[in-house]
Write a protein that binds this ligand. Sequence first.
Ligand code: FES
Length: 162
Amino acid sequence: MSGTPKWREDFPIRWEADNYVTRREFTKFLVLVSGATFVGNGYFVLQGRREVEAERIRIEVARVEEVPVGGVKLFRYPSANDPAILIRLAENEWVAYMQRCTHLSCPVHYSAKSGRIECPCHNGAFEARTGRVLEGPPPRPLPRIVLYIAEGRIYAQGVQGS
Ligand code: FES
């Protein structure tokens, strides 16, 4: 009787080859990883497309007679979590921006007196006509909401520069 157990004689295993991965196993692994990567990328592409579509949603923001010259109306766009501000600069001049400061997201306010959009948190200021930074720490202009005006109603229909 040798020192080798009977089961080992019946099922001889070359232990030195135990750690080798067969070509088939490796191919399976590659196919699985590629498939998972493809599915993951597809998810992000679809998510991005959904966000773009959300930004193209047209919603009614106000009626023209609701906002006097120099007045504002706050609304939410493109989602209920996105505060936005509509400003009537002149009789027929309207602008709208995302209401979050591009510095640290404090809500910005329009000052008809100065003609600027101001952020009280760190004294940032934006030009009301263009949204560009006038002073303070904001690194970028305010994202502008594209407006569409028809039959006495003002609609938001997209965001530029977000
Ligand atoms: S958050 Fe607006 S200036 Fe800092």
